[in-house]
Ligand binder design. Structure first.
Ligand code: KE4
Length: 429
């Protein structure tokens, strides 16, 4: 890996940690991150010519795989017309219509350029709509680097052991109440202690940022009932789960309708995007219609909209999600078998085409139980897989993503690489 090492050294001269997002730095797992030169379908190539079967998928957006012909052709067809106008374009209306048709709880959408912007705006909107200031989030859930939500966050914050970021004003953190994921009673108690002060509960309907942790039966419906009872809003952060776990996201899978939905990743097909949406009543507060200000130079960028439209149109084809489910179930079954064979304690949580192997006997149902996993073993596992041409997320507390481009051959090769890596781990401490 000479070229990636040289490039990483150069990058560290100009970019903090050599990266533009902390988890990419391999700080959690050690070693040099491969610098990626190109991707195609389920594969990525690094700058030293090594090829990998990719399970990061740009952290979720690439559910169709890298450089999918539909997306590339769609982008090529509009690129010549220009890249951004700062004026309305039809592409925004087309994508908004696709989203509102897919998500029954969403009547209107506002596009932004990242998931962080989506959750930040959703929080402001919920506070304006209710006239209240406090919010409830769950330990280990990550909603982007919004000041108010970088409290006991997951993803990179959990990975780097920085549960509460520096620079977040204490006053702001104090308005953020935290409960354990899957703990409805804790949420009930928080509301009973301050019944008229909580604007919203924000939740990843399937947690992905402490590793994958599905909601326990009744958890989401319980949040819906409690927020209704106390006149607070329920915000589903579906930046990961939107169009990932089902075409209509987790809200259609679990039949729970939130008041505000945050989206990102897949709806931009790999280009910068975020979105938040809800009823006409709630979205009617957003400027220029109402008093909640939110804006963005590249919001609704026509290239991102075009990539999103072509991606979602492909996902709407019959059979896409059942095939993802079948392939992911098969892959994970092989991983579980290999762990038993190797005698390595491993808990694999999966929902649809996203999953996480936790190096702990388990079960893993919240942040505390996820933290019991051995990050040391995960790091050793990851490096063995990289050697074998498999590219997992460089953190124990992230989701692995299967795409529609992963073939049966990819899955068999991944299962073999996992079996060999686990057998090797069993030999070491
Ligand atoms: P972005 O601002 O990174 O587009 O989205 C923030 C966000 C919001 N909500 C959820 C549920 C998310 O998972 C994310 C971002 N996810 C991480 C990976 N777990 C992005 C990868 C990174 O930070 O580099």
């Amino acid at each position: 890996m000479d070229r990636s090492q040289r490039l990483f050294q150069q990058a560290q001269e100009f970019l903090p940690g050599g990266v533009d997002s902390p988890v990419r730095s391999f700080t959690a797992v050690g070693g040099t991150p491969p610098f990626i030169r190109r991707g195609r379908f389920s594969k990525v190539w690094d700058e030293d010519g090594n090829i990998y079967t990719d399970y990061v998928g740009s952290w979720g957006p690439l559910i169709l795989g890298h450089a999918h012909p539909h997306v590339v052709q769609a982008l090529m067809s509009v690129l010549q017309r220009g890249t951004s106008f700062g004026a309305p374009t039809e592409t925004e209306t087309i994508l908004a219509q696709i989203i509102t048709e897919a998500l029954p709880s969403v009547e209107m959408v506002r596009f932004v350029s990242s998931g962080t912007e989506a959750t930040m705006s959703a929080l402001r909107l919920a506070r304006a709509f209710t006239g209240r200031e406090k919010v409830i989030k769950f330990e280990g859930c990550y909603h982007g680097h919004v000041d108010a939500l970088l409290v006991k966050a997951g993803s990179g914050a959990a990975t780097l052991g920085v549960p509460t970021s520096a620079g977040v004003p204490a006053a702001l953190a104090q308005a953020t109440l935290v409960a354990a994921y899957n703990d409805l009673e804790a949420v009930q108690r928080l509301f009973e202690a301050q019944p008229a002060e909580i604007a919203a509960v924000i939740v990843e309907p399937v947690a992905a940022n402490m590793g994958v942790v599905p909601p326990e039966p009744g958890f989401l419906a319980g949040l819906r009932q409690i927020t209704r009872e106390f006149d607070a809003l329920l915000i589903f952060d579906e930046v990961v789960t939107g169009f990932r776990v089902a075409y209509g996201g987790a809200q259609t899978l679990f039949h729970v309708e939130p008041d505000i939905t945050c989206l990102g990743k897949i709806i931009g097909g790999g280009l910068p995007v975020g979105a938040y949406g809800g009823s006409r009543e709630i979205m009617g507060l957003v400027a220029p219609l109402g008093p909640v200000y939110q804006a963005g130079t590249l919001s609704g960028n026509p290239l991102a909209m075009t990539a999103g439209i072509s991606t979602l149109r492909f996902l709407k084809e019959p059979g896409v999600y059942p095939r993802l489910e079948e392939r992911a179930a098969w892959l994970v079954a092989g991983v579980r078998e290999a762990a038993v064979e190797a005698g390595v304690p491993l808990t694999v949580n999966r929902l649809g085409s996203m999953f996480t192997p936790f190096f702990t006997p388990g079960p893993v149902f919240n942040y505390a139980t996820a933290q019991a996993a051995s990050t040391h073993r995960y790091a050793a596992f990851l490096h063995r897989l990289l050697e074998a041409g498999v590219y997992p997320p460089p953190s124990q507390f992230e989701a692995w993503f299967l795409s529609g481009a992963h073939t049966e051959t990819d899955i068999e090769a991944t299962q073999a690489a996992v079996a060999s890596a686990l057998a090797g781990l069993a030999q070491t401490a």
